[in-house]
Design a protein around this ligand. Structure first.
Ligand SMILES: NC(=O)c1ccc[n+]([C@@H]2O[C@H](COP(=O)([O-])OP(=O)(O)OC[C@H]3O[C@@H](n4cnc5c(N)ncnc54)[C@H](O)[C@@H]3O)[C@@H](O)[C@H]2O)c1
Length: 280
């Protein structure tokens, strides 16, 4: 496991107060990295994430910032570097979504999603990458996108478009930063158990039950199940990975049609595993 170790590195994780961001922060700390954690001013949970990191024996610097205020991001990145020292790893994880029919998306809603999911990723990365180059670091940038960057989902026109845009931004920056030894990749989760959709106007439990049937592994991911891909992209073992993506979706994108329910019954001793992730 030393090959995946991150001792001596510092990682900035955005959206670190909860959900995937917290899981990414604690996994990076377990691998030996010190953390800079950011989220919205007053975000509940940011302090708790910092305590989890410190409980693992790593340093955690907390810096609140509304990332949608993109003009502030260069100064924000400069201040982080002054306070935390060189940043080796940037995890652009913060994201937001709204469930709205295409004709009901207002300019305010469209730009809110775009500013957080796309604009902030670009302008924060722009300055942090400059620092990585100036500091001569083998930098690692990981953009958290979504399977929705690759296939559409109704009601999420702004979200889908923002994630697809980040995918191409990832490729572009990977090419521009390769000569400087900085890699840029995306990590595309499928459905993960987090509160990101807690304010969607829908029956969450009914949706999850229906969606589970579309997932070959039969369940949503726990946030911790996305961290292995991050550790690969963030460390020395990921040195030759750039401009690509790792999809962590339980097989959703591999399956064009959920036919398994319409297959002939099992006649052999073959039996499916329970869909809760346990071993039979
Ligand atoms: N949960 C899923 O099923 C899923 C699937 C695919 C991709 N993703 C992506 O994973 C990332 C993390 O999502 P999550 O599911 O953990 O969601 P989440 O809502 O639990 O966490 C997102 C975090 O981002 C922060 N954030 C939002 N707007 C911000 C802003 N303007 N400035 C600073 N911080 C802000 C939030 O406060 C929150 O702590 C997102 O980019 C999301 O699009 C999630």
């Amino acid at each position: 496991m030393n090959r995946f170790g991150l001792t001596g590195r510092t990682a900035l994780v955005t959206g670190a107060a909860r959900g995937l961001g917290r899981a990414f922060a604690t996994a990076l700390a377990e691998a030996g990295a010190d953390l800079v954690l950011t989220d919205l001013p007053g975000a509940e949970g940011l302090t708790e994430t910092a305590e989890l990191v410190r409980g693992l024996g790593r340093r955690a610097l907390v810096a609140e910032q509304d990332l949608s205020r993109t003009r502030e991001l260069p100064d924000f990145a400069d201040r982080l570097r002054e306070r935390a020292g060189p940043l080796h790893i940037l995890v652009n994880n913060a994201g937001t979504a709204a469930l709205e029919r295409f004709n009901e998306i207002t300019p305010d809603s469209w730009y809110r999603v775009m500013r957080v999911n796309l604009d902030a990723v670009f302008f924060l990365t722009q300055r942090v990458a400059e620092h990585m180059i100036a500091d001569g670091l083998p930098g690692r940038i990981v953009n958290v996108t979504s399977k929705n960057a690759l296939v559409a989902e109704a009601g999420l026109a702004h979200y889908n478009a923002s994630k697809a845009a980040v995918d191409l931004l990832t490729q572009t920056l990977a090419v521009e930063l390769a000569p400087h030894g900085v890699t840029v990749n995306s990590l595309a989760p499928g459905m993960v158990e987090t509160p990101i959709d807690s304010e969607f106007p829908f029956d969450r439990d009914a949706f999850e039950a229906a969606y589970r049937d579309r997932i070959p592994l039969g369940r949503y991911a726990r946030p911790e199940e996305c961290t292995g891909a991050l550790l690969l992209l963030a460390g020395d073992e990921g040195a030759y990975l750039t401009g690509t993506r790792i999809v962590v979706d339980g097989g959703v994108l591999a399956d064009q049609m959920p036919r398994t329910a319409f297959m002939p019954p099992y006649v052999s001793s073959l039996r499916p595993r329970p869909k809760d992730g346990t071993t039979p």
